[in-house]
Every structure is written in C-alpha cells, then in structure tokens.
Design a binder for this molecule. Structure first.
Ligand code: SF4
Ligand code: SF4
Length: 366
C-alpha cells in the first residue's frame, strides 16, 4: 500500500523551489514527484535531514520531508535498514551513548531528579543535560525560584527513535514517559529544547499536561546583558513553522539589551545546521558544508555572535566558528559563556584507545 506522502506527490508541479536550499534534493537531481514515482531507496531516506525546509518552500503545501520520513519507517519494517547498528543512539537502552558519556563525565542529577510529586517539572532534553551540566543546573535553579519547579526529568523525549523510523519502539517509550509523569502528578512541563517541545506536545495535550518553553518560565530577571556587539539567532528546524522558540528568544534577548541582526535564512526559511534527521551518522559528507553556510550568513549579517536555542546546533557551530562566537541563548540570558565545542571533543576522547574500545563494547553490548 502506498503511503500518504507518496500519493501527495502526484500534485508536485516540479517547480524545483524545494531543491534550492536542500543538498539532498540537489544531489538527487529529481523532483519529489519523480522520486515518489520511482520509489526512494532506504539509503536516500536516511540522507534526509528531516529539516522541513522543502515543506516551507513548496507553494503547493507539499512535504518531501514526509516522503523521506515515511520511507524510513518502511525501511525499518521491511528490514532494509540495519537500525541495530545504531543502537548506541537508542535512548531507551540503559547503556546509550548519552548516558554513558554523562557517567564518564561524572554528571549526576540525583539531587534534583524528579522523584516525588510535583506540579511543575523541568525537561532539559538529552543534549543540554549531557553536554552542559552546569548550565542545566543553573536553569533548573532559576526555574525553581521563578515558578516553583519541583524536579528535573532526566529522560529523553523519544525523538531519536521516531527519527530513526523505530515507530513501535518510539510509541512504547512515549507510553513509559507518560506513565512517569502521571506517577509524579506532573501538570506542567517546562521544556528547553525545541525538538523535545514539538515531539512531546501531541503526547501531553490529551493528558492536559501544560507545556511551556523555558523562555516563558524563566521569570523576568536574567543576568545576561548586551555588550554592544551584534548577535544573530539561528532558528532550529523543529520551530520553523510555529516560531514559538524563535520569537521568545528574540524577545528576551532584545529585552536584555542584546543587539540583534537577522541572517538571510531565518524563521520559516531557516537552514539546517546538519544535525537534523541524525544524518551526520549516515551521510556526514552531505552535511559537511552546512555549518560553513550558516557561519557565512551570520558574518554577512554583521554578527559577531551566533546564537542557537538548540544545543546540537550550538555544538555544531562552536566546533567550526573561526572568529565568530557560537553560544546558546540560555547561557547568554543567564550570564554564562560555556564552551560548546568542548563536549564533542571530550566525547571523541572518551572513545579513543583501549579504554575507549572497552567503553564502546559496553555501549554496544546487548
Ligand atoms: S527535509 Fe530537509 S533535507 Fe529532507 S528533502 Fe526536505 S529540505 Fe531536503
Ligand atoms: S516545491 Fe513543491 S511543487 Fe515544487 S518541486 Fe518541490 S514538492 Fe514539487
């Protein structure tokens, strides 16, 4: 049976607008209509960043992104994609890469982790709580004061499973997550990551659990302040259609005195940093030029600092910033300057040498 996205592509007029800013469609050189007709391969499906830039560009309201996403699901079901080789990414496994890295780095949230009953709970997301633990704690402390936040969920939203095409596994993880919120009587979740926000929203809405971004909940007083330099905000792909994070981050930075300039591609038209769809694990060659493109746009906008509100984006940019400063909006607002290039280097170091081989063997053990 053909999937919905494939059927939809019969309406594609082959105008080519979706391919203008997409390295995958440019590489394939075929319109989404033709791709749907011939059938895309599993390898092609896992080369898509699922960033939605094509969907935003399409005058017909079509979504090539969904075409690739649905093909991922099919590839897993048909056994065409060896998902198990990427089990280090499965957040529902005890020994996943993020958890092992937190242990390796001595990160322990035992004192603030969600335990008893609380109405309001902070949900930092995997990358924030793994890569920048001091910032995570400072955000939590600020939330505790500003809105009585009574615990932090040291959990994954499940998006990696969804993106890998592991639909059943993602549904099971979502059920367990929901059961945990019920058990702790959580009525409000304060979310730092746009990926988590949009992943969790359909899960929480039927439960009546309120979802707020961390930028809504931080309270009026933040320590960061503008310094006369020009800042530009890189918008995160999951936020491109609703712009909730993008709007709130700009409002808060402006209110704190940061001078903002816009890049040529922002908001709905934002371009992916290369982290989307976990493509850097499958086709790092395809995403290699994207970071450079974003940094060049930031410079063209006259910015000295590139601000992200997704830790994955901030880490991508920080590793290659070359003269620009790459930061996270939360750090700016709380008066911090964390090094976002450091965690990836430390992660690579963790996996080096005989000790690294032993850690890798533990991660991949079951
Ligand atoms: S979702 Fe992004 S990477 Fe995938 S086809 Fe659309 S624009 Fe290209
Ligand atoms: S922008 Fe829309 S109509 Fe144009 S080629 Fe892409 S999918 Fe087809």
């Amino acid at each position: 049976m053909k999937n919905m996205a494939t059927e939809q592509m019969k309406m594609c007029r082959e105008c080519g607008l979706c391919a203008l800013d997409c390295p995958l469609l440019a590489e394939l050189g075929e319109s989404p209509r033709r791709l749907a007709k011939r059938g895309i391969t599993a390898e092609e499906a896992y080369s898509c960043m699922l960033c939605g830039a094509c969907e935003a560009a399409c005058p017909e309201g079509l979504s090539p992104r969904k075409l690739f996403a649905e093909r991922r699901d099919q590839a897993v079901t048909a056994g065409e994609f060896a998902a198990d080789e990427y089990r280090y990414l499965f957040p529902d496994r005890e020994q996943n890469l993020m958890k092992v890295f937190r242990d390796y780095s001595g990160v322990d949230y035992g004192d603030i982790e969600l335990k008893g009953e609380t109405e309001s709970c902070f949900f930092p997301g995997c990358t924030l709580m793994t890569y920048v633990p001091e910032l995570t704690r400072q955000v939590y402390d600020t939330l505790r004061e500003s809105c009585g936040c009574g615990g932090m969920a040291v959990k994954c939203c499940g998006k990696p499973l969804t993106q890998l095409g592991l639909t059943q596994r993602a549904d099971d993880a979502a059920r367990r997550l929901l059961a945990s919120f019920r058990a702790h009587k959580v009525r409000e979740l304060i979310v730092a990551c746009p990926g988590c926000y949009y992943e969790l929203r359909p899960l929480l809405a039927p439960e009546g659990i309120r979802l707020r971004t961390v930028y809504e909940a931080l309270g009026p007083a933040t320590a960061g302040a503008g310094d006369g330099r020009v800042y530009t905000v890189h918008d995160s792909c999951p936020d491109r259609f609703e712009g909730i994070f993008g709007r709130q981050v700009r409002e808060r930075l402006t209110a704190s005195g940061f001078k903002l300039a816009e890049m040529a591609h922002s908001g709905r038209g934002a371009l992916c940093c290369g982290s989307g769809g976990m493509v850097s694990h499958f086709r790092p060659d395809l995403t290699a030029g994207l970071v450079g493109g974003r940094l060049a746009e930031a410079r063209q906008a006259g910015a000295a600092v590139l601000v992200s509100y997704c830790v994955s984006c901030a880490a991508k940019f920080a590793g290659a910033a070359d003269g620009l400063e790459a930061v996270h909006a939360l750090g700016l607002l709380l008066g911090r300057r964390d090094d976002f290039a450091a965690p990836k280097k430390k992660l690579a170091a963790m996996l080096e040498g005989p000790d690294g081989a032993a850690i890798w063997a533990r991660i991949m053990a079951d």
